[in-house]
Each structure stands twice: as structure tokens, then as C-alpha cells.
Design a protein around this ligand. Sequence first.
Ligand code: NAP
Length: 278
Amino acid sequence: MPSNQPDRYGVIGYPVSHSRSPYIHQLFAQQTDQNIQYDLIEVPPGILKAKIQEFMEEGGKGLNITLPHKSVVATYVDDMSARAVTAGAVNTLVFRDDVLYGDNTDGTGLVTDLENNQRFRIKGAKILILGAGGAARGIIGPLLNAHACSIVIANRTFEKAIDLADRFKQLGTVTACEIGALTSEHSFNLIINATSAGLKGGAWLYPPSIVNMDALCYDLSYSEVPTPFMQWTSELGAARSIMGWGMLVEQAAESFFIWREIQPNTKPVLEQLTGKTA
Ligand code: NAP
């Protein structure tokens, strides 16, 4: 007899109470008539592996993984997608026949938001990425696969930008640039803020000359009000400055598809989340 119990999913992070993922996945489930339960699971680093195991043994079907666990979970899995290997990070776990499978949907989420929602053409674009942390690492491969012309990485700790550029140089034109060496002559088509500066405070180090009127300025961070990066780029005359809500919803949709093999319609969910019609 078929069970009426919902299939269980969740997001593990530390902290995680701010996460909008339960809301997004519940909207996807209503829309596609899927019987699922999706919970917030706060887990500190020391007991992460045991908690994932426990969730799997209790019959859970899959998990999202968020800060600060994405890189370490990549070392636990039995198998991983090529994009998770390239990123060196996992944000989606699938449990199948006791096998722990890891994937990374962050970069695909950004590419889908840029191309489908923002109507931005990645092919041929000159891209500047501010920051060289986990988020930057997850988006570089998918941006290159979408045929970006070039990617420049500028980070407060320059060595990390060099390491990232080295990691991806076989996939395309990726270079590291010192923040002080960034000039208006670079004339980027897309400027992505992949730093956590807006959340943690601290001085903003990047020069105003990087922002040009025609560049799309995209902050991976998102909030109810315009982020500091959005405000900064808008004040400098950027025609379009946006936050990462679209990436958040699109990466969730890709996880949902991996788990349920159904593609949800992201547009109404994005509208409900941001209170706007796109
Ligand atoms: P992370 O691994 O901790 O990396 C943080 C980065 O920010 C590092 O490059 C760090 O530089 C830089 N940074 C921190 N404070 C700075 C400051 N005051 N000035 C300049 N640079 C500074 O974090 P992450 O996982 O990459 O996440 C970055 C952001 O992306 C977060 O806000 C996160 O919420 C967002 N994100 C959004 C989505 C989405 O779906 N929209 C998905 C993933 C991540 P150093 O190397 O010098 O320390």
C-alpha cells in the first residue's frame, strides 16, 4: 500500500535559520503536486557527518548543504557530478540505495538566472568576479561552459585569486588581478560580487572605476532591501544592479529536479519571494 508520509528533505547549515529554502521548496512542491517535507537543520561542523548519516538512515531522500559545509561535504560523498568535482563543493545530496551522491547546482542556478530571467548573454561576455571563496569557485566552471569570453578574479587575498585562476585555466581564459590594478579600461560586461563583504561589514576595497554604465552588476548576496553592492554600483551609474534571489531560486529548482525529476516553474516562486512581478 502506498504511504501518505511525505518524502523528507532539508537544508543543513550553521547558522541556517535565515534560509528561505523551505519556503521555496514548499512552493515548488505545491505547484508540481509533490508530497514532500523540507526542514531547516542547524548542524555545527563537528557532528556534520553523523547528522547526514542519521538523516539518511531515517529514510530522508536528500539534503541541501549550505555555509559553511559545502567543501567538507565534497570529501564525504561516495560519488559526485562533474560540476561538483570542478567546484570542489557540494550543495545537493541525494541518497540512493545507501549511496551518498553529491552535486552542485549553484553555478547552474546563476547561469539560468542570467540567461533566462535577466536575458543576459554570457556567450562572449567579459566578466569580473569580486571574491575568491566558495561561491566564486562554484560559478566559474558554469560561466566558462556557457562560453564567457574571459573571467578576471579580484580578491582581497590575492593568492586565493591566483589559486582559483590556476584551477580553471584549462577551461578558458581566467586570470587573477590585484584589486589595485583594476582599471576602467577592462570594460567588463558583467561584474559579480561574490564576496561576503556586505554581510560581514568592513571596508569596501574595490575601485569605483570598475563600474561602467553598461555592465550588469550582480550581487550573489540577497536581502529584503538593496545590498551595499547594489547601492554602490547604482550610485556609480550602472544601468542594472541586481541581487542573487534569482540564483537562489534557480539553484533550488535544479536540486528539486535532481530529487523529484520534475522541473518546477521558477517565475511565480521568484515573484512571491521578492514581492515583485518580474
Ligand atoms: P566565503 O567562502 O566565506 O568567501 C568570502 C569572500 O568574500 C572571500 O573572497 C573574502 O576575501 C571576501 N571578503 C570578505 N569580506 C570582505 C571585505 N570586507 N572586502 C573584500 N572582500 C571580502 O563565502 P562564499 O560562500 O563564497 O559566499 C559569498 C557570498 O555569496 C555570500 O554572501 C553568500 O550568501 C552568497 N551566495 C549566494 C548564493 C545564491 O544562491 N544567491 C549562493 C552561494 C553564495 P578573502 O579571501 O580575502 O577572505
